[in-house]
Design a protein around this ligand. Structure first.
Ligand code: HAM
Length: 422
């Protein structure tokens, strides 16, 4: 017999058992985004490969070795998006949204990176991200960070720490790069294989190395912060002052460099130690040069993206606390006539209460087996309709989540009951 086909390694199904957690997160996050005036944009999952090469950068890990790239039937090179920012800028330019305007945009959806799968690191994962265009001052940097803080508040997550840094302008970085390469060349024998490879193309990423053997050489490296111009320094100080004013705790991490090339000035990550090695739940920063680089009129930009699976893993830890949405009622139907009338009743209840989550039992079976299914569905109440109830115009209501007696109500008072109880 042929072997069953399984999901692709590093790509996961979200099962019905899990989806209430996803809905909880998505609803809360969307509420926060709405409350700051961000509007959703949906872009295709596939883009021309060049888009990512030109934005994320040719010598980044993502473009060098992680993209799902293939030729389509026309011979065009296409790539499954590894992140959302490039698509957002591409769409913004294409539809004239970015010229001389302020835009606050958010997006969500699956992203694809051919990384080595492990806990918190997948080949298909989901991001929710937001981008603000047309604003160059530190006030929007602060807004973006405050917005992300509000997510954790609304989701009831604590223990996520803000790390922040500035990468200066691209000119400042270029100058610093020279100084850094000179320093690293002086210590070449201490560099690991990864760092040697990055020395030419992307030396700043060496500062981000997780190899403990590299710790000392990185600690002693010249700091980018000391090579910033006045304006960049003032911008960063103003962001930090705003964080102080609004009571956001943060750590300045001069080694925070990010793995994508488009950043300039403010960069930040929200990190937790509850997820092992993959502890960054949200990351972003300013990318003022990217719009122009991709062919648009220059426009300042800043944004972030969250790793949804990582946040779900945190929420999963205290699932009990969340009061996730469960069905309101499960309608148990005994006998042929009750089956028929039950369908009509259920439709009527949904007309009266469009918010009601009601499962109608299908497929017959004994009272006991129907009750078992009602219980397993997670519903708060079982509604019982049999020949006897039908003939008397009543329905049984049995609370399933608390120790309480079944009660009987006239069928036409059910809506009143639910309006009061739910
Ligand atoms: P990023 O740091 O590559 O930035 O990804 C953002 C977040 O997505 C990470 O902090 C992590 O939570 C999640 N993530 C990344 N890769 C994986 C993976 N393989 N499995 C699970 N989760 C993952 C960006 O993508 C930028 N576009 C963020 C941004 C928006 N910057 C400005 N605007």
């Amino acid at each position: 017999m042929a072997k069953n086909i399984q999901a692709i390694r590093g790509m996961h199904d979200v099962l019905p058992e899990q989806s209430p957690l996803w809905h909880f997160l998505e609803d809360r996050v969307r509420q926060v985004l709405d409350s700051y005036g961000y509007r959703e944009m949906r872009t295709p999952i596939l883009e021309m490969t060049d888009l990512f090469k030109r934005s994320i950068g040719e010598v980044t890990d993502i473009v060098e070795k992680e993209m799902y790239t293939f030729e389509d039937r026309n011979g065009d090179s296409l790539t499954l998006r590894p992140e959302g920012t490039a698509s957002c800028v591409r769409a913004g330019i294409e539809h004239g949204l970015l010229y001389n305007q302020v835009q606050r945009i958010w997006y969500r959806g699956p992203m694809f990176r051919h990384e080595r799968p492990q806990k918190g690191r997948y080949r298909q994962f989901h991001q929710i991200g937001a981008e603000a265009y047309g604003l160059s001052g530190p006030d929007i940097d602060l807004e973006i960070i405050l917005l992300t803080r509000r997510f954790w508040q609304q989701l009831g997550l604590d223990g996520v720490e803000l790390q922040i840094n500035t990468l200066g302008t691209s000119e400042e970085r270029k100058a610093y790069r020279g100084v850094l390469v000179e320093y690293l060349n002086g210590h070449k024998e201490q560099l690991d294989e990864d760092s040697l490879r990055r020395l030419d193309g992307n030396p700043l990423r060496i500062l981000d190395s997780k190899n403990p053997d590299m710790k000392q050489i990185i600690a002693d490296a010249p700091s980018l912060m000391d090579h910033l111009g006045e304006e960049s320094q003032a911008h960063f100080e103003s962001v930090c002052k705003g964080l102080d004013d609004t009571g956001v705790a943060y750590v300045i991490n001069p080694r925070l460099v990010r793995g994508l090339d488009y950043y300039a000035r403010t960069v930040f990550e929200w990190v937790t130690d509850r997820l092992g090695a993959q502890g960054t739940v949200c990351a972003g920063g300013r990318y003022d040069g990217l719009v122009e680089q991709l062919g648009g009129k220059p426009s300042p930009a800043i944004g972030f993206a969250m790793g949804v699976e990582r946040l779900i893993a945190l929420l999963e830890e205290d699932r009990e606390r969340l009061e996730l949405k469960q069905p309101d009622a499960y309608l148990v139907l005994m006998g042929d006539e009750a089956q028929r009338q039950g369908m009509l009743l259920a439709e009527k209840l949904r007309d009266q209460m469009p918010w009601l989550q009601l499962i109608t039992h299908c497929g017959g079976g004994s009272f006991k087996s129907q009750f078992k299914k009602a219980d397993r569905s997670g519903a708060r109440y079982a509604l019982v309709l049999g020949e006897d109830e039908l003939s008397r115009g009543i329905i049984g209501i049995k609370p399933l989540r608390e120790d309480a007696e079944q009660q009987q109500r006239p069928i036409d008072q059910l809506a009143d009951f639910f309006n009061r109880e739910l």
